[in-house]
Ligand binder design. Sequence first.
Ligand SMILES: Cc1cc2nc3c(=O)[nH]c(=O)nc-3n(C[C@H](O)[C@H](O)[C@H](O)COP(=O)(O)O)c2cc1C
Length: 181
Amino acid sequence: MKNILVLNGSPRTNGNTRKLSEAFITRCIQRGYDVKKYNISDMNILECNDCRRCFEEDNPCVLEDDFNTIAADLVKADVIIFSLPVYFYSIPGKFKMFLDRLICFQEGNKNLSDKLYGIICCCEDKEMTTFDGVRVPLERMARDFRWILLDEILAPGMERTNDIENTDGIRRAKELADKIS
Ligand SMILES: Cc1cc2nc3c(=O)[nH]c(=O)nc-3n(C[C@H](O)[C@H](O)[C@H](O)COP(=O)(O)O)c2cc1C
């Protein structure tokens, strides 16, 4: 069975990003995949303090928050979906704090490679280059970790919480699940 890990980075519970990731999750469940989802904004995530004590106490990180729980599912995942909005041309702050914590896998020489990953991303601009501040760092992290891109679902022009319903985004999010084999 495929293990799918969805990491949501939008704090808006009824927002466009979560609507896309829920459509993706629904299709994954229909296909018989095992799905785990974390809403990073609801979790206790501290910032990496560069202590370099990664894996010192068996856990990936010595900080006491929710990171190690997510990290355990990250290790198990066959597919990771990063689902987040663009905030000031970049990755929302708390989600970036979570991503920074992944340094423990590099620092501890732990294998996290050969996973598939996908990006679901919404922004208000209609200009597609606005996604670069999210896409590019994730793509470079993926290169470092040797993850393989499944696809990117980029939804521009999203302002009100239901704007996604007037686009083909939901269909594309379901198709993202269909690309997993
Ligand atoms: C703090 C903040 C910063 C934002 N910065 C940008 C931005 O730089 N470019 C943009 O196109 N949209 C920006 N937006 C708009 C969101 O990306 C957009 O509304 C997105 O659809 C929100 O996702 P959600 O509906 O899942 O909450 C910003 C929104 C917030 C709250």
